[in-house]
Design a protein around this ligand. Structure first.
Ligand code: CTP
Length: 417
């Protein structure tokens, strides 16, 4: 099968030109070059994917160096791994020397030696990700599909390439379900059976690698379906006995996506994922996944704030009370609680803090207070604090109000001495 037409149709013109240039340079070096992995799968499905992975039968670093010299690309080369990244203004291209992999023990990173394209494809996770397209001029666009990936695509199947696949790399358990849910595919019968059988192999995977897979899941359009299915299969519970993936998660993830700031979404998903944990359970999870400090803080804050929510479930709370309770929590933890809470009053207060109260500051600064005769140090600190509280509670609105209040506060402080 030839996919030259799909390449021309789906790749942006600029990217297409780069691919042609690289293919020309590879020919001069007598190296064969192929598009591989996700982009081939997506070209066959007709989905846009501009993340190009290229495999070179030869020396990918040498080729990338030559390409970088004759174009505007920035080069990032890893000689040890035989890989290189070419960074252009709008795209990056990943080049890798075709390789053979062997796993010394389950879950370990594989030992790598140079190999053929076929070696490179058999080391991959699923048949639908183990196809290549030749970019050589004599057979440009020819599909290389030694493991029947196209047939599996047509039958909507996720299939591993050999029975030891999940055992070698149990992150593939998470990847299989991610693709299954993204594409609306099914696990092929033996793959499903081995996946279930090999769930305990997740214990061989480092926290960083499991966390990375969860991050990839959280980049999906509908991560809740992946989480739900992982829960049904018992995969989540293997990562942490306290994890669940039911309808609650689905509802809250959906709501989270309708919020404005998508950059915070992955952290918000993490905070919602652990919402049912106790403050003790979370510690084990943070260690297992080697969660970085800022996100750990947000997840701990989520649970700590959860226990304080009853304080906010009273319609008569003053803005300053809300502010003093919430100021010490990470905003994403507050957002998670706003999504999780079933009380409209609590939700309203949490949103009020996030959208307004946290930005409220007195208009008068230290210099202006000095000019009013208030001396720097504890006196000024106290006045600023009371001005802030008055502003939060709407007791002052103009700068003149603040000046009057500052003077009267300063007077009463002096009188009280
Ligand atoms: N791969 C693998 N086993 C893994 C991770 C990756 O075999 N544990 C291979 C797959 O062939 C995959 C390729 O490396 O296609 C690139 O990996 P990645 O960028 O994670 O996936 P994509 O296929 O590009 O898919 P996505 O659309 O999710 O980015």
């Amino acid at each position: 099968m030839n996919l030259a037409r799909q390449i021309e149709q789906y790749l942006p013109r600029q990217l297409l030109k780069l691919v042609r240039d690289i293919s020309g340079q590879a020919a001069k070096l007598e190296q064969r070059i192929y598009l591989v992995g996700g982009v081939v799968r997506d070209l066959l499905l007709g989905y846009p994917n501009f993340d190009l992975d290229l495999v070179v039968e030869g020396d990918a670093v040498k080729l990338a160096q030559q390409v970088a010299e004759t174009s505007q690309a920035k080069l990032l080369a890893h000689h040890r791994f035989g890989t290189a990244k070419l960074r252009y203004e709008n795209f990056t291209l990943d080049l890798a020397t075709a390789r053979r992999e062997t796993y010394a023990r389950p879950g370990a990173l594989p030992a790598v030696t140079p190999g053929t394209l076929k070696d490179d494809l058999i080391r991959r996770d699923f048949s639908i990700n183990a196809m290549a397209i030749s970019l050589a001029s004599n057979d440009y666009g020819e599909l290389v599909d030694p493991y029947q990936g196209k047939n599996d695509l047509e039958h909507c199947l996720i299939r591993i390439l050999h029975p030891g696949s999940f055992n070698d790399d149990a992150t593939r358990i998470l990847r299989a379900i991610r693709y299954e849910q993204r594409l609306g595919f099914e696990l092929e019968t033996q793959t499903a059976q081995l996946l279930k059988q090999d769930i305990p192999m997740l214990d061989t995977i480092s926290g960083d690698r499991i966390r990375h897979e969860l991050e990839l899941i959280f980049k999906e359009k509908l991560p809740e379906f992946v989480i739900q299915r992982l829960g049904e299969l018992g995969v989540l519970q293997r990562i942490s006995p306290f994890l669940k993936g039911g309808g609650w998660i689905a509802e809250k993830f959906g709501k989270a996506r309708r919020l404005k700031k998508p950059s915070q979404l992955p952290s918000l998903y993490f905070c919602l994922l652990i919402y049912s944990f106790s403050e003790k359970d979370i510690e084990q999870f943070l260690v297992r996944l080697n969660i970085p400090a800022k996100l750990s803080r947000a997840m701990r804050d989520t649970l700590r704030l959860k226990t304080s929510l009853p304080f906010l479930d009273k319609p008569s709370r003053k803005p300053s009370e809300i502010y003093y309770l919430l100021r010490e929590y990470e905003p994403v933890a507050i957002q998670a609680n706003a999504l999780a809470s079933e009380s409209p009053t609590t939700q309203r207060y949490l949103q009020l803090f996030l959208t307004k109260l946290r930005y409220v500051k007195p208009s008068l600064n230290g210099e202006e207070l000095k000019r009013l005769g208030i001396s720097a140090g504890p006196e000024m600190g106290k006045v600023l604090q009371l001005l802030h509280k008055a502003k939060l509670d709407g007791e002052v609105s103009t700068k003149a109000d603040e000046k009057n209040l500052a003077l009267s506060l300063s007077r009463s402080q002096k009188d009280g001495r």
